[in-house]
Design a protein around this ligand. Structure first.
Ligand code: NAD
Ligand code: UDP
Length: 320
């Protein structure tokens, strides 16, 4: 059935891929973005599409639209960007989420929240199941994001209990792929850009911390499955790839796949950097019949191809 779907943060990395897939499925897509980290470049190819509409708007201000589904993705995702204006990050997660939940309540839309593995903080339980409440510093440099996203989850569940809203909460683990910004600061984009330029690869700390990397196409497939699932499937549900790598292993892979001359250098470990992270995706497997299909090797090859093209054709645009 053709639906009218709002994607906040639709000009960002994940949002742009989601808009594309929703258009492919025959829906009308309203993309809302304030272009803080996202850009028109990501959605340039969609602007002429008859079922696509772009609205420049900051979700911390109210928004009045008529839609049937809302994907709330607006929020800077990389530590460099969410720490650039931490008060705005909390506002986006709290005021912005309240605005989107209020909109969903008024128009009786189903609403999806892009939550994060950061709600688990620096976890003491490994791998992390949804039942784990996390270990989060409430006053650190990452708190604007971690606590902001935790509060957003609280708001989702209170709107669900209090106003019977149909909610879908996804806890997204590290995701990578084409359209990450070269200056984004996240590890996969940093390492690929550094390797392609034969510059030193910046390992924060010893590089023994772990992450599990999910390719963007697998993640977007999970978003759509969660939204389509019956109303009793509210989440929170972990979405990510359970294959776990140390940051050092990732650096070696990237150097290998790019035939780079880059050397590794060690930089200070950022405050509250989680030591290990790997999703337990049993719930996604059973409730959504979903699991990732793309190996790190395949995903890195596609992402490297994107950055090769981008670095050779573009001078970079300004980002904070
Ligand atoms: P991104 O920075 O590329 O996209 C975020 C988008 O939101 C950008 O286009 C930005 O301009 C927009 N935005 C930010 N604040 C806004 C505001 N107040 N009003 C309107 N638009 C605003 O990041 P991404 O990787 O695409 O992440 C999308 C969502 O997924 C975020 O909510 C993020 O927290 C979540 N997430 C992503 C990952 C990941 O690994 N990519 C992991 C966990 C959670
Ligand atoms: N990291 C690194 N070098 C970089 C960027 C990141 O070693 O140039 C490390 C970072 O300290 C963290 C991991 O890579 O341990 C993942 O960082 P990212 O910012 O991508 O995401 P996070 O999972 O920390 O939110």
């Amino acid at each position: 059935m053709r639906k009218s779907v709002l994607v906040t943060g639709g000009a960002g990395f994940l949002g742009s891929h989601l808009c594309e897939k929703l258009l492919d499925a025959g829906h009308d897509v309203l993309c809302v973005d304030n272009f803080f980290t996202g850009g028109k470049d990501n959605i340039l190819h969609l602007l002429e599409h008859p079922r696509f509409e772009l609205i420049r708007h900051d979700i911390t201000f109210p928004l009045y639209l008529e839609v049937q589904e809302i994907y709330n993705l607006a929020c800077p995702a990389s530590p460099v960007h969410y720490q650039f204006d931490p008060v705005q990050t909390t506002k986006t997660n709290v005021h912005g989420t309240i605005n989107m939940l209020g909109l969903a309540k008024r128009v009786k839309a189903k609403i999806f929240q892009a939550s994060t593995s950061e709600v688990y903080g620096d976890p003491e339980v490994h791998p992390q199941p949804e039942s784990y409440w996390g270990k989060v510093n409430p006053i650190g440099l990452r708190s604007c994001y971690d606590e902001g996203k935790r509060c957003a989850e609280t708001l989702f569940f209170d709107y669900h209990r209090q106003h019977r809203l149909r909610i879908k909460v996804a806890r997204i683990f590290n995701t990578y792929g084409p359209r990450m910004h070269p200056n984004d600061g996240r590890v996969v984009s940093n390492f690929i850009v550094q390797a392609l330029r034969n510059e030193p690869i910046t390992i924060y700390g010893e590089g023994s911390q772990t992450r599990s990397f999910c390719y963007v196409d697998d993640m977007i497939r999970a978003f759509l499955s969660l939204m389509e699932a019956e109303d009793s499937v509210t989440g929170p549900v972990n979405l990510g790839n359970p294959d776990e790598f140390t940051i050092r292993e990732l650096a070696d892979r990237v150097i290998d796949l790019t035939n780079s001359k880059s050397k590794l250098i060690h930089c200070p470990l950022p405050e509250d950097d989680p030591r290990q992270r790997k999703p337990d995706i049993s719930l996604a497997r059973s409730a959504l019949s979903w699991e990732p299909r793309t190996t790190l090797h395949e995903g890195l090859m596609k992402t490297i191809a994107f950055f090769e093209k981008r670095l050779s054709t573009k001078t970079q645009t300004h980002h904070p």
